[in-house]
Design a protein around this ligand. Structure first.
Ligand SMILES: [Zn+2]
Length: 218
């Protein structure tokens, strides 16, 4: 099994990727984790990545593709779940080419679709502790005392990224970039749509059911 997981920020990609990997013995390749690891290295590439991330910009396609290629070449014999990559149509096409060259094409692409209203609520309810960086949610994971960190008693804050106007822009931008990607994989017959508006367990059961219908066993 060689999967890619698509879904907006807040869809729970990381959590679901971890579950899929555990159930099917796959390797979790998170573009975010890979970038963070590269960023810490004292190399020319590490410095380049640091510049992009620290300035709040997306890492350009060629750089991201280069990092993925080096990882995939060494790990492609194992099954994997890609999380956060591809993010653009040119990344998707590059991925198709590199996996074709390795004779290990993607087997499925899972699209975690979330109702925009649900997504907005997930972000807007998020609270972060400025001291220990613990993340809470007013509905889904409330602290014991409203607005106070369970661990150190600090007052919780809303990250600038989670402010309503910013959230709306992020969700719109996501849908604009993702629609050609969905069309690309739908046309290739690889796309499995999963409703990810529910809780973690519910979404996981939906993914499992979709994969089972494809004849994939855990
Ligand atoms: Zn704290």
């Amino acid at each position: 099994m060689r999967l890619a997981l698509l879904g907006p920020p807040g869809a729970g990609k990381g959590t679901q990727a971890a579950r899929i990997c555990e159930a099917f013995g796959l390797l979790h390749l998170s573009s975010g984790d890979l970038l963070r690891a590269e960023k810490l290295k004292n190399t020319a590439m590490g410095k380049k990545i640091r510049d992009y991330i620290d300035n709040g910009r997306f890492v350009p396609d060629e750089l991201m593709i280069g990092i993925m290629r080096s990882k995939l070449v060494s790990l492609v014999r194992q099954g994997f779940v890609l999380d956060g990559f591809p993010r653009t149509i040119s990344q998707a096409k590059a991925l198709t080419e590199m996996l074709a060259a390795l004779e290990r094409p993607l087997t499925q692409v899972i699209n975690l679709a979330v109702d925009p209203a649900v997504l907005t609520r997930r972000f807007e309810g998020r609270r972060v502790c400025p001291v220990c960086l613990s993340v809470y949610h007013v509905d889904l994971m409330p602290p014991q005392t409203d607005g106070i960190c369970d661990i150190d008693g600090a007052a919780l804050v809303i990250r600038p990224d989670d402010m309503p106007a910013v959230v709306r822009t992020r969700i719109e931008t996501y849908h604009q970039t993702i629609s050609p990607l969905l069309a690309y994989y739908r046309e290739a017959g690889l796309l499995l749509d999963v409703d990810a508006s529910g809780g973690v367990d519910q979404v996981w059961m939906a993914i499992e059911a979709r994969l089972a219908r494809q004849g994939v066993k855990g």
